[in-house]
Design a binder for this molecule. Structure first.
Ligand code: NAD
Length: 299
């Protein structure tokens, strides 16, 4: 196996979290205030519980305050909105994350749009979405931000390169398209109604797969020397064991790719690092300190 091809998200995310701790400590020393991240979990979804536990652990590790709120599955939308408003007005809270998915009786869009844009560390508020597409400073959704940091470390300018994203979700596919455009790539988004995805992927210099279909992308779809970013996290049964696989067939795609993210250990750890990065960036802003450049985290 050619280790030079592997984009080690675990290693890069560790480096980023170290830098977050460094800049966080500087901020705490200067202002006497500690960045706080509030995480709201509704219900008992097992995957969500694991994500929230990880986020809280990593938040504490970098020296920030984590504030956890667990609400019953049957909580009313009104009660959840009241909590979000309380957190909006709490000066000990700089970032608010409401773990998705929410139970069906709650309007997720309404909840996300109630979070103050400056505390919206997931970058899902309409104001942040609009700013991202307008090329203005904003809080950017964590998973695509993580993918763009990995890409910038390999190739900061994608002028003349063709990027194909599979998936058009608000969480990954759409913001990823905006970030790739800002890196000067020519971007195509494929989705469930797209025809001839295989042909599209074969033309891509950069592929971002965010579909949720285990190993959908096959080795012979990958253009020679393409960069492959695999966002997918799929739990499957293989040879009697539960394993995690991405949306691309990693072993097959390794052949043609110049660089590729593994699953696990690729995009996943970058997502949490970027949540902390967003919390740090917005804390600088909320504590009226000069902003830190994102480039500080690319070295
Ligand atoms: P989603 O279900 O919201 O969106 C999936 C997208 O794939 C949709 O836009 C749909 O149009 C498209 N799609 C579905 N079937 C398709 C097909 N046959 N051909 C082409 N496109 C198709 O999912 P999401 O939230 O964007 O997540 C996508 C994947 O990324 C999932 O595996 C999820 O677990 C993973 N994910 C990982 C992280 C991370 O931190 N690594 C974060 C978020 C999501």
């Amino acid at each position: 196996m050619d280790n030079n091809k592997i984009i080690d998200g675990k290693f890069i995310s560790n480096q980023i979290r170290e830098k977050i701790k460094f800049f966080g400590n500087k901020l705490i020393e200067k202002t006497g205030k500690k960045p706080g991240l509030a995480v709201v979990l509704v219900g008992e979804n097992p995957a969500s519980r694991v994500y929230v536990k990880n986020k809280i652990e990593k938040t504490n590790e970098v020296g920030f305050n984590s504030i956890e709120h667990r609400l019953d599955e049957n909580v009313s939308e009104e009660k959840l909105l009241d909590l979000v408003n309380l957190l909006n007005n709490d000066s000990n809270v700089q970032g608010i994350l409401v773990q998705l998915p929410l139970p069906k009786h709650i309007d997720s869009d309404k909840v996300l749009d109630t979070i103050l844009p400056v505390k919206d560390v997931d970058g899902f508020h309409a104001e942040n979405v609009g700013k991202l597409w307008s090329g203005l400073n904003s809080l950017v959704p964590c998973t695509p931000l993580g993918c763009s940091i990995l890409l910038k470390k390999i190739s900061p300018d994608l002028s003349g390169k063709k990027a194909v994203i599979i998936g058009r979700s608000n969480i990954v596919g759409k913001p990823m398209a905006s970030l790739l455009l800002s890196m000067n790539a020519t971007v195509t988004i494929a989705h469930s109604r797209t025809k001839n995805i295989e042909q599209l992927v074969k033309s891509a210099d950069v592929l971002v797969a965010a579909v949720g279909i285990p190993e959908m992308v096959k080795g012979d779809w990958i253009k020679e020397n393409a960069i492959v970013i695999d966002v997918g996290i799929n739990r499957i049964e293989r040879e009697g064991k539960r394993v995690l696989v991405g949306d691309v067939d990693y072993e097959e795609c390794l052949n043609n790719a110049s660089k590729i993210t593994p699953v696990p250990g690729g995009v996943g750890p970058m997502t949490i690092a970027c949540l902390l990065l967003n919390t740090l960036l917005t804390s600088y802003l909320q504590f009226n300190e000069d902003p830190i450049e994102l480039s500080s985290f690319l070295e």
